[in-house]
Design a protein around this ligand. Structure first.
Ligand SMILES: [Zn+2]
Length: 508
């Protein structure tokens, strides 16, 4: 007496198919499960036995063996409960094995036979669908998420009892959806920020060239307000990106009954007390961190100097590779993490520098404050903009401000330009031009070259910051629709150069 059912396990945001087979034979009554199982999967044995008994089915006094395939993938999580229960019921001939074979099944069961939701439904069903499975059984609470996989016939069940009825062809009735009142969430918009044109211009420049951005300014200068609105000027997500992002939220358990894929670029703003694991992802059963939840959107680090250095240094590799890789005994996990970094900080500890009338910081305090920021992180920031508190006139002035939609149109035109320019390259944005290709893509006329030479000495630039200025100038020229980098682009790019410890306190 044998039966088999298909289920899956999620690693990173990838779903790996797993087959659960049950065999029942005469012999000493034992119940064993094999196939590289974690402790929690082993515990499923008792849960399933009790749940079946409470549904009205006692395990026969036989030798019952449950095997999980493939054997080389470690099985963890509680989603195997329902597949185990069904494979046993199949082997007992209580449900039709032939039908069972064609299903995808996932779900945790409670001792009373109730079925509970699991994480990662979206990637699992998407994979099953690609593999040619057309019908699935999922926990009722995961139904809305499951329905996003369009070609799949979904049975959303509350209990083992109901599952048996569904498979044996008895009536299945999906409860009508509760009609939620349609409340369109109001999205933040750049038009809500009065004035602050320097700050807005820096945001647009950053998004245009996909440069990481640092905002310096006293509290109340609108740094957070601006950062929150950056996702609204990034191009809309395409369907593939929406699916990828939704999968990340699905495996994080953050999908919570959405009726559509995530179609807005995320904005994540972890507190400075965040742990390295919270930021990058991890844990014994790995989960995506903040940087993956910010995938295709904005990771905002407010009060940058307050973050621990080693927490920030963990960002180095993911920022390079646009993904986080976690190596675990039971396999490698990879979470996408292609985000734009936006950071903000006060210019000094008291917040008033360079206003020497108000700033109470000594030069030692200033230096210590800046030294707290991780240098490798600063190295990845191309644009630094100083903001000030909004002057009263600007605040009270009534005028039409540009909408995010309008700014986004310009941004998309610049992206189009870069896509064409870099069509034969492995990168697509100005911020990604490697050092070896700066000469090719950011060439200057003689006069501008002389100017940059002068700046190099005057500002005591490093080769790295020199390159950054050129890349930002390239973006400014693109925003201008100009193939040549002109003087005004360089002048503006020089203003955006990153904070430099040596310069701090002397010049802003
Ligand atoms: Zn100060």
């Amino acid at each position: 007496m044998y039966s088999i059912v298909r289920t899956a396990i999620v690693q990173g945001i990838k779903s790996i198919p797993v087959f659960v087979e049950a065999d029942m034979s005469d012999g000493l009554p034992v119940f064993e499960m094999v196939g590289f199982l974690s402790a929690e999967v082993k515990e499923a044995k008792e849960r399933v036995r009790t749940a079946l008994r409470n549904t009205g089915y006692r395990l026969p006094a036989k030798r019952i063996t449950i095997n999980f395939m493939p054997a080389n993938v470690k099985k963890n999580g509680s989603g195997f409960d329902l597949p185990i229960a069904l494979s046993i019921l199949g082997a007992m001939d209580i449900i039709e094995k032939e039908k069972l074979k064609e299903l995808f099944v996932i779900g945790e069961v409670g001792l009373n036979g109730e079925i509970r939701p699991v994480h990662g439904i979206l990637p699992m069903l998407a994979e099953a669908e690609e593999a040619g499975i057309h019908t699935c059984i999922v926990p009722y609470e995961n139904a809305t998420e499951a329905e996003l996989v369009k070609q799949m016939r979904i049975y959303a069940v509350h209990s083992i009892k109901e599952t048996i009825d569904v498979i044996n062809g008895k009536r299945y009735q999906r409860k009508p959806k509760e009609q939620k009142p349609l409340t369109e969430e109001k999205q933040p918009d750049f038009s809500e920020i009065n004035g602050q044109h320097v700050l807005k211009r820096a945001c647009e420049t950053a998004v245009s060239g996909m440069h990481n951005l640092l905002m310096l300014g006293p509290p109340g200068a609108g740094k957070t307000m601006a950062a929150m609105r950056i996702p609204t000027i990034l191009p809309p997500l395409d369907e593939k990106e929406q699916m990828e992002l939704s999968k990340i939220y699905s495996v994080s358990g953050l999908f919570s009954n959405r009726e559509q894929l995530i179609d807005k670029r995320p904005f994540r703003s972890p507190h400075h007390t965040v742990t390295p694991q919270g930021l990058a992802g991890g844990g014994s059963i790995p989960r995506p961190g903040e940087i993956s939840l910010a995938h295709k959107g904005v990771l905002f680090l407010d009060e940058l100097p307050e973050f621990k250095k080693d927490t920030l240094e963990i960002l180095r590799q993911p920022m390079e590779e646009k993904a986080v890789r976690l190596v675990r005994m039971n396999g490698d996990y990879e979470y996408p993490a292609d985000f734009m970094l936006v950071a903000a900080m006060n210019p000094c500890k008291c917040g008033y520098f360079p206003d020497m009338q108000k700033c109470r910081c000594s030069s030692g305090t200033l230096e210590r404050y800046i030294n707290r920021i991780s240098q490798p992180l600063l190295d990845r920031i191309d644009i630094c903009v100083a903001t000030s508190q909004i002057p009263f006139e600007e605040l009270t002035e009534k005028r039409e401000e540009e909408t995010s939609e309008k700014i986004r149109e310009r941004v998309m035109a610049v992206h189009e330009r870069m896509r064409y320019r870099f069509r034969n390259e492995s990168f697509c944005y100005n911020s990604q031009i490697p050092g070896s290709k700066i000469g090719e893509y950011c060439s200057l006329h003689l006069k501008q070259e002389a100017y940059m030479e002068k700046m190099y000495e005057k500002l005591n630039l490093t080769a790295r910051s020199y390159h950054k200025i050129l890349k930002v100038a390239r973006t400014l020229a693109d925003m201008d629709g100009s193939e040549d980098i002109l003087q005004r682009h360089l002048t503006e790019a020089v203003c955006y150069r990153n904070i430099d410890k040596k310069l701090w306190g002397r010049e802003v």
